[in-house]
Design a protein around this ligand. Structure first.
Ligand code: HEM
Length: 493
């Protein structure tokens, strides 16, 4: 090594290093009037500042220090983080068209390209989002015709939980399976028994993918894709796991192709296959086999993990605050009784239960940093200039814990959603599904699921920890913010 240095000459080496740094600086220096942020190092950006186990809280600290619009460089290119209800609303709603796109992320691009519903942009995204919403509505998405199937699934879940006979168990996988069955019925046309080991292992794979996605490896991959594609590490595991879920979806599509009957379309996959013929001449609209796979994958994965994580948080809050649990149960007993299941029609007569569920979503904050967007053109936010293509993070944490919006932002307090007469009240800063044109596609389904599952669980069981201990509500930050696994008791009422 020293011999090589001697040969080339130390001065030449230093000059070369200087030139590399200069080119790097010129290529990556923030544009004029760009939002401020922590002091980034060459190549690794703000990596050295970041604690991946609590990035959403770190962003709140950066907002205190640098202001409600700040920039940070650790997802790859420099990103701008927007904080607080007014600012996120200004950008995603009032300037919605300027921030409609998803950014280019090498890892996701390497596995799914620009396909699917979540990461696609432009014409294909618009067309596929419209088609997905329209098709899922035909099968009851967001309207009452799906209710009987959800109520049936609630009964299956209750039965499985009753089989635990009040002993300590981790409800995660049962809830996961039950919630997943609803989206599975819509896209695959079938539900899976909780005793189906293959499906349970698929759910565990999806859960692991969500956990790995929040760690440092995908961020490293997005920063240095040309290196990471060639070296081993947990990012490879993530890609293998993802390919396993994709293989499951591909198989389901193949099964559907075999017995497709255009006069009897059973689910989303059937409808998509049927539609492909009509769009043969318009390739850009995305009605092809590959896109079917990734759109189905997005619906399946997004429809499973977020809702079940929210329910899991809900049960833990009920254990942590037994007086709130009691009040929910009193309301359910008074309005619904015990001889029938709670239904969607009961919702308006159950303001306290509804408020507790909303507070669970606010406080549980399962997608704390939202999904990333990018600027579709050079744009101004406040007095800052943001160049086209900049990654934008509209922090949902900053909105749902915004001290100018909530009376007691850092306390679990259902009163946030109740007026002086105890009636349910909506709040503008309640944004777990985000806002604007790219708002969660599954919001209506998630709201139905959450209400029916939560009400039905609390009607049938009282939740506690063995030995009467209170949970400490510790979280794990992956792609979602989820509780650490807990073994709890569900005692039949
Ligand atoms: C409690 C449950 C859920 C929460 C908290 C949640 C939250 C979110 C959030 C924050 C986004 C990002 C929106 C943005 O970029 O502004 C999103 C997008 C999305 N969600 Fe959900 N979601 C939930 C349930 C569901 C369900 C049940 C489905 C499936 C039917 C679903 C499908 C999607 C899809 C496809 C997108 C991408 C939309 C697009 O890019 O146009 N989500 N969700």
């Amino acid at each position: 090594m020293f011999r090589i240095l001697e040969l080339i000459g130390i001065k030449s080496c230093l000059l070369f290093l200087f030139l590399v740094l200069l080119v790097y600086y010129i290529r990556t220096r923030p544009p004029k009037n760009f939002p401020p942020g922590p002091w980034a190092l060459p190549f690794i950006g703000d990596w050295h500042h970041m604690d991946f186990s609590r990035v959403h809280l770190q962003f709140a600290e950066f907002a205190e220090k640098y202001g409600r619009i700040f920039s940070v460089q650790f997802f790859g290119p420099r990103a701008v983080v927007l904080n607080g209800n007014k600012l996120v609303r200004q950008a995603f709603v009032h300037q919605g068209e300027d921030f409609l796109d998803r950014p280019y992320l090498p890892m996701s691009a390497d596995v799914i390209g620009d396909k699917g519903l979540i990461m696609s942009n432009g014409y294909a995204w618009k067309e596929q989002r419209k088609f997905a919403l329209h098709t899922l509505k035909k099968f009851g998405f967001g309207n009452r015709s799906l209710e009987p199937s959800i109520l049936q699934e609630c009964r299956h879940l209750n039965e499985a939980i009753a089989n635990e006979q009040g002993k300590a168990f981790d409800p995660h996988w049962l809830i996961n399976n039950a919630v997943s069955n609803i989206i599975c019925m819509l896209v695959f046309g079938e539900r899976f028994e909780y005793s189906n080991d293959d499906f349970q292992s698929l759910l565990k794979t999806i859960n692991e993918i969500f956990l790995l996605q929040g760690g440092p490896w995908p961020q490293l991959y997005n920063m240095f894709p040309w290196i990471m594609r060639r070296v081993p590490g947990p990012h490879r595991k993530l890609i293998t796991l993802l390919n396993g879920v994709i293989a499951f979806v591909r198989q389901k599509i193949e099964d559907h192709r075999v017995d497709l009957d255009p006069s009897n379309l059973r689910d989303y996959i059937d409808c998509f296959l049927d539609e492909m013929e009509k769009w043969k001449d318009d390739e850009a609209a995305g009605y092809d086999k590959e896109n079917l796979c990734y759109c189905t994958l997005d619906l399946f994965v997004a429809g499973t993990e977020t809702t079940s994580t929210t329910l899991y948080w809900g049960l833990l809050y009920m254990i942590k605050y037994p007086e709130i649990q009691r009040k929910v149960q009193e309301e359910l007993d008074r309005v619904v009784g015990s001889s029938r299941q709670p239904s969607l029609a009961d919702r308006e007569n159950l303001p306290y239960t509804d408020a507790v569920l909303h507070e669970t979503q606010r406080f549980g904050n399962v997608l704390p940093l939202n999904l990333p967007r990018s600027a579709t053109k050079d744009v101004q936010v406040g007095h800052f200039s943001i160049p086209k293509g900049t990654m934008m993070v509209g922090s949902l944490t900053s909105v749902m814990f915004d001290e100018t919006e909530w009376e007691t932002p850092h306390t679990f307090n259902p009163e946030h959603f109740l007026d002086a007469e105890g009636k349910f009240r909506r709040r503008e800063a309640f944004v777990p599904f985000s806002i604007g044109k790219r708002v969660c596609l599954g919001e209506q389904l998630a709201r139905m699921n959450l209400f029916l599952f939560f009400a039905s669980l609390l009607q049938r069981f009282s939740f506690s920890l063995p030995g009467g201990v209170k949970p400490n509500l510790e979280f794990r930050l992956g792609f979602t913010l989820s509780p650490k696994p807990v073994r709890l008791c569900a005692v039949p009422r």
